[in-house]
Design a protein around this ligand. Sequence first.
Ligand code: ADP
Ligand code: 5GP
Length: 204
Amino acid sequence: MCRKGILFVVSGPSGAGKGTVLKHVLQKLPGLMISISYTTRQPRSDEIDGLHYNFCTKDVFQNMVDNGDFLEHIEKFGNCYGTPKAPVSLHLNAGEDVILEIETNGAANIKKMFPNAVLIFVTPHNFDDLEKRLNRRGSEDDKAKEQRLKIAKSEYRSMSHYDYIAINDDLDVCVDTIKAIITAERGKIKRNKVFAQKLLNTTP
Ligand code: ADP
Ligand code: 5GP
């Protein structure tokens, strides 16, 4: 192992396509782990416990908060979401890059704790597409959908704190954009100082 893992944070309004895009990125790039958050939200019909989220009760979630088991956690849309500390530290220390798919407040907290984290904002190029995608996904009732769309504006306000924007109009283009960002970050000299020194030391 020549370097510690890199922490990537992906955010964007509900329906932007974060989950869809990341699924493809993970299939195409080796050495990437996705952090599986805990949530008190009910699973959607296509969601699998332990894969998309660790679904849990409010009591279990609160116990984890009390035990300091989360790197960060928030309440949003009436549900609790939290990033578990242990697996993230384990992977980063093993030199594996980790992706957190979390909302903008959590991302800001992570950036404070991990200044070298790379923040990527995913969005379609206009609001109409967001609305259409949420309608097509059909996972929320009208009230919940409205709540999610309403919050999009405050999420766009946070965009200036991000390192990169990845426009998700064409899925393949967005997947390639995120792959390119990850590849470029992996190649940064500042993240490969140990390797660079080793190369120097072993060169006759
Ligand atoms: P998020 O995780 O950001 O809430 P999802 O990944 O669940 O969003 O995507 C929301 C909906 O939009 C899903 O039905 C998904 O299939 C669709 N979708 C994602 N990316 C695109 C795209 N580039 N073009 C069209 N539809 C998309
Ligand atoms: P959803 O209910 O659509 O799966 O997620 C709602 C929002 O919560 C999304 O913006 C998603 O990125 C965010 N989210 C999911 N897990 C976490 C987490 O562990 N921490 C934070 N801060 N946000 C999360």
